[in-house]
Write a new protein. Structure first.
Length: 168
């Protein structure tokens, strides 16, 4: 019994020390990095710490119609990107494309709002020279031309924060 108690005390002290150690940091559940990656060389241009249920936005000027487009994205529970909705003045080339036939269109005064709830593993876009693409997360607005050249192909994706640390 005495040996058992000594083992229990030692185990408690070791576990207590590990739990208290300020150098040991557990990765919060649902912690991710939103990344903008230049293709084809896979260079990370932008990385922002995000968590599940966070939203971010992509705003740009439609190339043909010259009207503003506002896309709303969600970081899903498993780090998946979800395109929740798009807002624009009217249908232009490339807008309201629904390959699955899912989505709901709402007309609000002078705006069209398309509710999509479309899951993506990543999405690619060509940084416009005049589209003024901007990614907004919380109060941070990043014009894509500030991190890439016009015409560059970029991929926007989400990685687990632990995977990013291991990748460095």
């Amino acid at each position: 019994m005495v040996a058992f108690m000594k083992s229990l005390i030692i185990a408690t002290l070791i576990l207590g020390t590990l739990a208290w150690n300020p150098n040991v940091q557990a990765e919060p559940s649902g912690s991710y990095c939103l990344q903008v990656i230049k293709l084809p060389d896979q260079r990370i241009l932008l990385e922002i710490q995000v968590k599940a249920q966070d939203r971010f936005y992509i705003d740009y000027i439609h190339s043909k119609d010259k009207t503003p487009v506002h896309d709303v994205f969600l970081i899903g529970e498993e780090g998946r990107l979800v395109l929740l909705e798009e807002h624009y003045e009217w249908y232009g080339a490339g807008l309201a494309f629904h390959p699955t036939g899912k989505g709901r269109i709402i007309f609000e005064k002078d705006r069209t709002r398309v509710l999509l709830n479309r899951e993506l593993t990543e999405f690619r876009l060509r940084v416009g020279r005049v589209a003024n693409h901007a990614l907004t997360y919380k109060a941070q607005r990043i014009p894509l031309l500030s991190i890439a050249n016009g015409g560059d192909l970029v991929e926007i994706t989400v990685a687990r924060a632990a995977e990013v640390k291991n990748h460095e």
